[in-house]
Design a protein around this ligand. Structure first.
Ligand code: NIG
Ligand code: FE
Length: 412
């Protein structure tokens, strides 16, 4: 199977060498080839270059991209798309004045979603999740991380992992599963949180590791959920089974989760709506990438992550949707790229870098995804007609995507 894309107005994110992360001022540069071609064989990028050098390349499928931009698919490194039902009633409660915390204190929030998921059959959960996955692929996402965390019992968390495994098998998209059993304290453990932590560290982590589906462990490190001590116990248990941390920190309160994540070699620390100088210092020189989730800030009307403070300190930054029923019910990375520009004051170049190479880094796959590089996987967006890649974030909430190619296959 071979595909040749011709007459590309701008071929974006072209890296001759296999770049795997962009930090600080490196994020300002987005390499572009004007009037270019791209040649794909099976699932791999084989060649690219100027249109005048394209003669003699034969392909089974030829796509004329005149007036269009071609770029690597979005790499969405933080989602919770396996869930059941929705939380529209809580959305209305918030409009009427309740906070996310108020709703959670009333037994709503994550526990509400867990109750519904526990009562939903595995088949139904798979169908609901597949629909969301297909929607986000159509919006240009080619690689996506998916967390558990709406099960909150051993059985329901394993059910979520099996659903994620089936999505991985049945979808062309690249899927990275993460175990987030420490997402909230179930009602049955309200007065005995330590017993739930024991269930996670002694039963769930070993059982999940035995399934050999996930390589990552996550914890919601936050007041009212899991404190620093709890988080450390879970990260240590994960480490015994080679599960690397990717953690929720600093969403509402700064507890020291960033330094803890760095200490435990977290691949990413996500949210960071709140961040201080100590957090920035802790990240310097580490292999941990900060991840901003502007969809969550938008939907909950909370602070936006201070991307300038992070990038101007020389650090890398990724952006992701956090697609979930409670704090960010959208998987549209085009909107996230736009929100990063408008609300996080990132330039279009920085935002596109954060949503491609750096997003891939935050999933541990940037050696194979996130840039137009010979030998990397062919996960590609071909846009509708436009003059410049900056139109993607500029025309916010429009759909810029005309075609998507996932692992070499034309899907839209
Ligand atoms: O990343 N903050 C914790 N977890 C999710 C929200 C979960 C929910 O409200 O269902 C998040 O925002
Ligand atoms: Fe999240």
């Amino acid at each position: 199977m071979s595909t040749l894309i011709t007459n590309i107005k701008q071929l974006v994110q072209v890296h001759e060498h296999n770049t795997t992360i962009l930090k600080g001022s490196e994020m300002k540069t987005l390499p572009v080839l004007e009037n270019a071609y791209l040649y794909i064989v099976n699932d791999t990028i084989i060649e690219y270059g100027a249109m005048e050098d394209c003669d003699g390349i034969d392909a089974e499928t030829v796509i004329d991209a005149t007036g269009r931009i071609v770029l690597p698919s979005w790499c969405d490194s933080h989602t919770h798309i396996v869930y059941a039902g929705d939380r529209t009633s809580e959305f209305v409660d918030r409009i009427n004045g309740l906070s996310y915390e108020d709703i959670s204190n009333k037994g709503g929030g994550i526990l509400n979603s867990a109750k519904v998921l526990q009562e939903t059959s595995e088949e139904d959960l798979f169908e609901q999740s597949l629909k969301r996955l297909n929607q986000l692929i159509a919006m240009g996402t080619g690689a996506v991380e998916i967390k558990t965390g709406y099960g909150l019992t051993v059985e329901a968390e394993l059910k979520m992992l099996r659903v994620i495994k089936r999505l991985k098998q049945e979808s062309l998209a690249t899927i990275i599963p993460t175990l987030l059993a420490a997402h909230a304290i179930p009602n049955a453990y309200k007065s005995k949180k330590q017993d739930y932590i024991k269930l996670i560290t002694e039963e769930l982590i070993p059982q999940a590791a035995a399934l050999n589906i996930t390589h990552f462990v996550d914890v919601f490190c936050e007041k009212g959920y899991f404190d620093i001590k709890d988080t450390e116990a879970i990260l240590e248990a994960g480490n015994k089974y080679h599960l690397r941390p990717k953690i929720h920190v600093n969403q509402f309160n700064i507890l020291g989760g960033i330094a803890l994540g760095v200490k435990h070699k977290a691949l990413s620390v996500d949210h960071l709506e709140e961040i201080n100088d100590e957090d920035i210092e802790a990240l310097k020189g580490s292999e941990t990438i900060p991840v901003a989730l502007p969809g969550c800030s938008y939907f909950l009307s909370i602070s936006y992550t201070q991307a300038r403070k992070i990038i101007d300190a020389g650090l890398p930054l990724a952006i992701a949707t956090d697609y979930n029923p409670g704090s960010s019910p959208s998987g549209n990375m085009n909107f996230i790229v736009s929100a990063a520009c408008v609300k996080l004051k990132m330039t279009p170049e920085e935002a596109i870098n954060a949503a491609t190479i750096n997003g891939a880094y935050a999933m541990g796959i940037s050696n194979m995804y996130g840039s137009i590089t010979r030998g990397k996987k062919a996960n590609i967006i071909i846009t509708k007609p436009m003059n410049h890649y900056s139109e993607i974030p500029y025309a916010f909430a429009h759909d810029p995507v005309e075609h998507v190619i996932i692992n070499g296959q034309l899907l839209k």
